[in-house]
Design a binder for this molecule. Structure first.
Ligand code: TYD
Length: 206
């Protein structure tokens, strides 16, 4: 058995991330890998409670700093209760969103500096950063509007198009700054092809 790896899948709204989390987990299992699938905000009992606080209610329920700290608090519990124990058992962890969402949403789009958001998270999770973060990106503008119409809006998904453009720019900035850990993956084309690209981006771990 290989040692456990910690992989995060990221992307803006409407890039097909949920489908790819399922498909990638299945593809890893077919290779004999024992993978735990988890998500953020959430992934542990306490973090799921914080998720409700973050995603429900009015837009002004939290200011930008309180929001960033709540995401970091939820993440800290998720790491302690779910991620570290799984990795210690030798399992792989595949998380639907993780710290890079906070860097892009709260840091890049929310007006807090990316480095400040990284620092509050590092206080919570120490060195439990993903071994690799794969960020799904595509270049069409239409998908996001469709996603908003289809899903209705939670506190964050329902923010303006400008906010979500800044999120995408934030993801690109993080990928540039941390090229060893973070990779952009083209989300266009058939779901099967996207899954192949994700696997190719994990080739050195397989
Ligand atoms: P979710 O319903 O899980 O949607 P998605 O399918 O887009 O993952 O909602 C999570 C929302 O929270 C999403 O809009 C992204 C946002 N988010 C942050 O703003 N910061 C974070 O650190 C995380 C993990 C999520």
């Amino acid at each position: 058995m290989t040692t456990g790896r910690f992989i995060a899948l990221e992307g803006g709204e409407g890039v097909g991330k949920s489908t790819q989390v399922r498909a990638l987990a299945e593809a890893l299992r077919q290779r004999g890998i024992d993978v735990v699938v988890t998500r953020e905000p959430g992934g542990s009992e306490g973090a799921e409670r914080i998720r409700e606080l973050l995603l429900k209610g009015s837009e002004d329920r939290w200011g930008a700093r309180a929001e960033a700290l709540l995401f970091a608090a939820a993440r800290t519990d998720h790491v302690e209760k779910t991620i570290r124990p799984a990795l210690a058992r030798g399992q792989w962890v595949l998380s639907d969103r993780f710290i890079d969402s906070s860097l892009a949403y709260q840091g890049g789009a929310g007006g807090l500096e990316i480095d400040a958001v990284r620092a509050i998270n590092a206080f919570g999770i120490g060195d439990s950063f993903p071994d690799r973060t794969l960020i799904l990106v595509h270049h069409e503008g239409g998908a996001r509007a469709r996603a908003r119409d289809a899903e209705g809006s939670d506190r964050i998904g329902g923010r303006s198009d400008d906010y979500h453009r800044a999120v995408n720019a934030g993801f690109r900035a993080v990928a540039e700054a941390e090229a060893d850990r973070v990779m952009l993956v083209d989300a266009s084309g058939s779901p099967e092809n996207v899954t192949k690209r994700l696997l190719a981006a994990l080739e050195d771990f397989l």
